[in-house]
Design a protein around this ligand. Structure first.
Ligand SMILES: [Fe+2]
Ligand SMILES: [Fe+2]
Length: 187
């Protein structure tokens, strides 16, 4: 149980670190910092698609589906349903933002207003989402997830590690990892 909860909390912490880097690069678009490093920005979006969206959120959806029949608290059910809905919204916002950044890096004209508002929409929702999960989903796991499902999930956790923070850095994220580490040292 603690392994699963620890993993979800770690994933949130790691994503927050990555998002801090994205926020820093976004200053470059709004004209209040150095020019954005597009290679890093694209790596960040790639990571978000590759781990949080491809593994972390689907895992949370699976946990929710499994717990749902055992939960009677209407407030809890409402919040967990909202979390699931946010996963869909986040996927759309991430894809839109990633397309914006790809267009910028291919020298296609992207209205700055749209870029900034797409970023803002995503950044606000992901922050609200992780807070909501820490407050509702994680306590619900302790209360409602049964051992048989927990064992199955633990196998999945072993099979799929975070490609940056999971102990074996995927080579495509080396530059991003260096960047994140430097950021942590007050870059
Ligand atoms: Fe999530
Ligand atoms: Fe999450």
């Amino acid at each position: 149980m603690q392994q699963l909860i620890g993993r979800l909390i770690d994933d949130h912490r790691h994503l927050s670190r990555v998002l801090d880097c994205l926020r820093r690069e976004m200053h470059g678009f709004s004209g209040s910092g150095e020019a954005p490093d597009m290679a890093i920005v694209l790596d960040i979006m790639d990571y978000i698609q590759n781990y949080p969206h491809a593994f972390h959120h689907p895992l949370e959806d699976r946990i929710y589906q499994h717990m749902r029949p055992h939960i009677s608290d209407p407030e809890m059910l409402k919040m967990l349903a909202r979390i699931e809905e946010q996963h869909g919204e986040l996927q759309q916002l991430t894809t839109r933002l990633q397309q914006d950044f790809h267009a910028v890096s291919n020298d296609q004209a992207v209205p700055l207003e749209r870029l900034l508002s797409d970023y803002r929409d995503y950044a606000e929702l992901i922050a609200e989402h992780m807070e909501c999960e820490n407050r509702y989903l994680i306590p619900a796991i302790e209360q409602y997830l049964d051992n048989a499902e927990l064992e199955r999930i633990q196998r999945l956790l072993e099979e799929r590690k975070d490609p940056i923070f999971g102990g074996q850095l995927l080579s495509q994220y080396e530059a991003l990892y260096q960047y994140i580490t430097a950021e942590g040292q007050g870059r």
